[in-house]
Ligand binder design. Structure first.
Ligand SMILES: *Cc1c(COP(=O)(O)O)cnc(C)c1O
Length: 262
C-alpha cells in the first residue's frame, strides 16, 4: 500500500458505569494510524488508491460538503501519492475559505463548487468525470466496494477477544466492511449519525452482499443528537468528561455519538 500506515494500540477503559454493567470495553485507537488520513478513512482508501495508481490515473475526483473529512483525506492521500485531486464541493464558495478547504487547496486540490440542488443529482452522475478528462472517481463519503474490502482487511487485524463491536455510521461503508470481514459470531452495532437513517439499510445491502442474510448486525438509530454534525450540551459534556476520564479525544460528528450510544 503506497499510503503510510502506523500500527495502532488497543486501550481498555473502565469507569463506574462499565463496572456496574459487568462488561469490559476496549478501544482500538485506529485514529492514530495516520496523521491526516486516519481511522476508517485510511482503510476505505486503501484499495481505491491502489486501483488508481495501478490503472495509471493521474487525478482523483470526489464529492463532499465544505467541512468534509473525506475531502481532506482524499486531498492528503493524493498529495502523498503525487496525484492531482479535484473536490466537488456542495454549495457556493465562501471566502475566506474555512480551515479544511484552505488546507486542501494548499495540498493542491482543485475545488469546484456546485449549488446544493444540483449537487444532489450530479454527485452520482458521471458529468464531472467527463468534464475533467476521466479521473478516478470516488463517491461522497468514499463508500464503494473497494472501500468495503479495505475495512474488511481492518477487521482481520483485530486479534483481541470481543463479542460486540461498535462503530459510527455515516454512509454505511465502514459497517459493511465489518460485516464482510468479521465472523458471524461477532455482533456489530452501528450508530448512524444522521436523522432518519433507516434508509441506510438498503445502502448497506448494496455494499455488503453478506449483510442481507446476516443477523449479527443492527443499527441504533436514536443517537443522532439532532442530525448530521449537530450536537447538544449533553453530548458536548459527555465528550469533555470522556477526555478527562480516559484521555481519549472524541468528536461530536462520529465517535462522540457512537460512544454516547454505546
Ligand atoms: C467517516 C467516519 C465514519 C463514517 O463512515 P461510513 O463508512 O461513511 O459509514 C464513522 N466513524 C468515523 C470515526 C468516521 O471518521
Amino acid at each position: 500500500m503506497p499510503l503510510q500506515y502506523q500500527e495502532t494500540p488497543i486501550q481498555e477503559i473502565c469507569d463506574g458505569e462499565i463496572q456496574r454493567a459487568g462488561v469490559r470495553v476496549i478501544i482500538k485507537r485506529e485514529d492514530l494510524n495516520h496523521a491526516l488520513v486516519s481511522g476508517n478513512k485510511w482503510w476505505k482508501l486503501k484499495y481505491n488508491l491502489e486501483e488508481a495508481v495501478q490503472r495509471n490515473f493521474k487525478t482523483i475526483l470526489t464529492f463532499g460538503g465544505a467541512y468534509s473529512n473525506h475531502i481532506l483525506a482524499i486531498a492528503v492521500a493524493a498529495h502523498e501519492l503525487n496525484l492531482k485531486s479535484i473536490g466537488v464541493i456542495r454549495g457556493e464558495e465562501t471566502l475566506p475559505l474555512n480551515p479544511i478547504l484552505s488546507f486542501v487547496k494548499n495540498q493542491g486540490m482543485d475545488l469546484v463548487y456546485v449549488s446544493r440542488s444540483a449537487y444532489r443529482s450530479e454527485k452520482t452522475s458521471d458529468k464531472y468525470a467527463k468534464k475533467f478528462g476521466n479521473p478516478y472517481c470516488i463517491p461522497e463519503g468514499g463508500s464503494n466496494l473497494l472501500a468495503v474490502r479495505g475495512v474488511a482487511d481492518f477487521a482481520l487485524t483485530l486479534n483481541c477477544h470481543f463479542d460486540y463491536i461498535c462503530c459510527a455510521v455515516g454512509t454505511g461503508g465502514t459497517i459493511s466492511g465489518l460485516i464482510e470481514g468479521l465472523s458471524d459470531e461477532k455482533k456489530i452495532i452501528g450508530f448512524p449519525v444522521l436523522k432518519g437513517a433507516e434508509f441506510l439499510k438498503q445502502d448497506i445491502y448494496k455494499l455488503s452482499a453478506k449483510s442481507k442474510h446476516a443477523s449479527n448486525w443492527e443499527l441504533m438509530c436514536n443517537y443522532h443528537f439532532g442530525g448530521y454534525a449537530k450536537t447538544t450540551s449533553q453530548l458536548n459534556a459527555f465528550i469533555d468528561d470522556f477526555r478527562t476520564m480516559h484521555n481519549i479525544p472524541l468528536e461530536y460528528i462520529y465517535t462522540g455519538k457512537m460512544m454516547a450510544g454505546s
